[in-house]
Design a protein around this ligand. Structure first.
Ligand SMILES: Nc1ncnc2c1ncn2[C@@H]1O[C@H](COP(=O)(O)OP(=O)(O)O)[C@@H](O)[C@H]1O
Ligand SMILES: [Mg+2]
Length: 305
């Protein structure tokens, strides 16, 4: 079977809130899959459902070839789970945490533990208390613990949230190394630079998948909008005028650059005319290719309107 995860009609409700709404999704073995979505979209709930931490209300799900409802023990032996929030024992040392996790799943030998600590840059810290590690090292230790039983599928819930860019890059190098070994990674994120590193993506909004595909196919399939770029600093007055301009949907300011997501009907010359009126000079507006961030913002906005 080439798909490691098959989700059909998975739903989960908390009281009145439909956290996951009739989800269908297939994930191929060996890929890095990214689940994107704004806060409260249902990303963590999806991971908790797929790893059997909470149970679904409806649906049929196969994980690693096992039925999620009836073969939970087999599913658990096949997966690793790195929670969004620090789930280690702060009073235990680095090595004691690793001992603890590996004892739950399978007693791995000393050599394997040393290899894991080395891989995650923790070998010099084996005797330090986990609670005293920096955020980046805590995250490395969580990942090492989740991998102690050598699972073929790893769920990583916002694995690099709040982590500095250098550590983030190092963690991604590890993720690629794991994928190269044939492991499947299921990652949630709202960093767009991270989304672009995934092989496949799905956008989640209010528990529903609103788009999916490879980063390139999502970008090339984004033909229902135009993206304009202009070298303009944030200006409250201009933002008001643009917000009222027909066809303008979203303004996204990046330092000295303003990106405008617009209807296809908004022509370059129309936009130039608005800017000319405001600045009394020509502004260098460019129609540009969308980025994953543009796609993400536009899709989220579309769902809200
Ligand atoms: N155990 C729970 N009880 C009630 N509501 C919950 C529970 N877990 C999550 N939710 C709600 O479900 C929605 C989705 O949450 P979550 O999956 O954590 O979103 P995300 O990870 O995308 O930020 C949120 O509105 C959240 O408040
Ligand atoms: Mg979450």
């Amino acid at each position: 079977m080439s798909n490691i995860i098959e989700i059909r009609g998975m739903s989960k409700r908390f009281g009145d809130l439909q956290a996951v709404d009739v989800m269908d999704l297939s994930i191929k073995r060996g890929e890095i899959f990214g689940l994107l979505g704004p806060n409260a979209a249902g990303k963590s709930t999806t991971i908790r459902l797929l790893s059997g931490i909470i149970s679904m209300d409806a649906g049929k799900v196969d994980v690693a070839g096992f039925d999620l409802r009836s073969q939970m023990d087999d599913v658990k032996a096949s997966i690793g789970y790195v929670a969004q929030f620090f789930a280690l024992y702060p009073e235990l040392t680095v090595m004691e945490n690793l001992d603890f996790y590996s004892a739950i799943y399978s007693h791995i030998n000393k050599e394997k533990k040393q290899t894991l600590l080395k891989t995650y840059g923790l070998h010099d810290m084996a005797d330090q208390r986990a609670g005293l590690l920096s955020g980046g090292y805590k995250r490395r230790l969580s990942i090492a613990c989740a991998l102690s039983h050598d699972p073929e599928l790893i769920f990583l819930d916002e694995p690099t949230a709040g982590i500095d860019p250098v550590t983030r890059k190092e963690l991604w190098d590890q993720f690629y190394a794991l994928a190269a070994e044939g492991k499947t990674l299921f990652v949630t994120t709202h960093y767009m630079e991270e989304a672009e590193r995934c092989n496949q993506l799905a956008f989640l909004h209010h528990g529903k998948i609103v788009a999916q595909g490879s980063p390139l196919s999502l970008i090339s399939g984004f033909t229902q909008r135009k993206i304009y770029k202009c070298p303009i600093r944030h200006d409250v007055q201009l933002a008001k005028i643009l917000a009222q301009t027909k066809g303008v949907q979203v303004l996204n300011q990046f330092g000295e650059e303003l990106r405008i997501i617009a209807d296809n009907a908004l022509e370059l010359d129309d936009l130039k005319a608005v800017l000319f009126d405001f600045y009394a000079k020509n502004i260098d507006v460019e129609l540009v290719k969308p980025t994953i961030e543009d796609v993400f913002i536009a899709l989220t906005q579309e769902q809200q309107s």
